[in-house]
Structure formats: structure tokens, C-alpha cells
Design a protein around this ligand. Structure first.
Ligand code: ADP
Length: 169
């Protein structure tokens, strides 16, 4: 059984085995949570991301996939970068968003991570409606077959926190 916890705050302040980053396919940094992780985590993360681009991910990381790097100066062992879908009003991309959570937990299992912190993937610049994103996230983690003992959703604001809390109840 995986324990699911909710925290309101800044994910870069969490102490866990792995912090999940809502990255973009370039893996070369961006705004939002991605920018915050690289700022606080220092240059080692970007350096490893550049290496991944040069080797395994020349075309970038596909939407719904995940890959791990060092966590640099963060209080974690790894950052798991995953690429959420951009919300579309005409196309159902919930499967891709669920895949982000599932694939991140699969990578966490490969690493031996027992505690994992997730942001609300795709709910910032990628505009996913918060309630839909919360339902998809909570359901995907609940359904995952994983050895991760604790999943912590770290929600930046009250609106996100309430949406996740409502789905967990
Ligand atoms: P995406 O491109 O996947 O939408 P964003 O980083 O733009 O990713 O936003 C994802 C979510 O992360 C948003 O709900 C945003 O409010 C939140 N967020 C931004 N910074 C942080 C942070 N430091 N810790 C936790 N959540 C954050």
C-alpha cells in the first residue's frame, strides 16, 4: 500500500528520495516548477539533462514519459523529469497525464526510491483544469503497482490543495 499525503508548499523544499519535475520535452529547463527545481538544485541537474539530450533523448523526452537525474543541491537523491500533456479542449489527453504519474513511479521503483514528491503536473503553463488534473493524478497513483511507500503531492496554492483533497476524500 502506498500512503498518499498532501502538502501545501514549494516542492523544492521537500525532503524525499525523489522529486518529480513537470519538465518539458527539451529537458533544458523552463518556468514554473521546472525553473524552481533548476534554480534551487543548481547546475548539476541541467548538466545531466544536457547529457541525456546528447545521448538517449536527441529528439527530446516524449509526453507521458519520465527520466531521472541527480537532484543536485536539493534535499533528495533524484529528480524524475516527466513531460505532461498540454491541455486540449478537443482531444482527451488524460491518458498521457496518468502516464506521467505511472512512469515516474516506475522509474522510482527502478531507482529504489521509497518516498516521492509530485507537483500538479500540467496545471500551470500547460493549462490542465485543476479538478481534472487532481482526479487523474490521484487515481493514477492509487492504481499504480509500485514499491513506493509514500507519495506526497506538493501543491503550490490553496486551489490546487483543495482539488486534490476533494478527490482523496
Ligand atoms: P506545466 O508546464 O506541467 O503546466 P508548471 O510548472 O507551469 O508545469 O505548473 C505545474 C504546477 O506546479 C502548477 O499548479 C504550479 O502552480 C505549480 N508550481 C509552480 N512552482 C511550484 C513549486 N515550486 N512547488 C510546487 N508546485 C509548483
Amino acid at each position: 500500500m502506498t500512503l498518499i499525503e498532501l502538502v501545501r508548499g514549494d516542492i523544492t523544499r521537500e525532503s524525499v528520495d525523489a522529486i518529480v519535475n513537470a519538465a518539458n520535452s527539451s529537458l533544458l529547463g523552463g518556468g514554473g516548477v521546472d525553473g524552481a527545481i533548476h534554480r534551487r538544485g543548481g547546475p548539476a541537474i541541467l548538466e545531466e539533462c544536457r547529457g541525456l539530450r546528447a545521448s538517449r533523448y536527441g529528439k527530446g523526452l516524449a509526453t507521458g514519459k519520465a527520466v531521472a537525474t541527480t537532484a543536485g543541491d536539493l534535499d533528495a537523491r533524484w529528480v524524475i523529469h516527466t513531460v505532461g500533456p498540454v491541455f486540449s479542449a478537443t482531444e482527451d489527453r488524460s491518458g498521457l497525464l496518468a502516464s506521467c504519474y505511472r512512469e515516474s513511479l516506475r522509474i522510482a521503483d527502478e531507482l529504489g526510491a521509497r518516498t516521492v514528491a509530485f507537483p500538479a503536473i500540467s496545471t500551470g503553463v500547460y493549462r490542465y483544469p485543476m479538478q481534472d488534473a487532481a482526479r487523474i493524478a490521484v487515481d493514477a497513483v492509487r492504481a499504480a503497482k509500485t514499491d513506493v511507500e509514500e507519495v506526497r503531492f506538493v501543491l503550490f496554492d490553496e486551489r490546487a490543495y483543495e482539488a486534490f483533497a476533494a478527490r482523496l476524500r
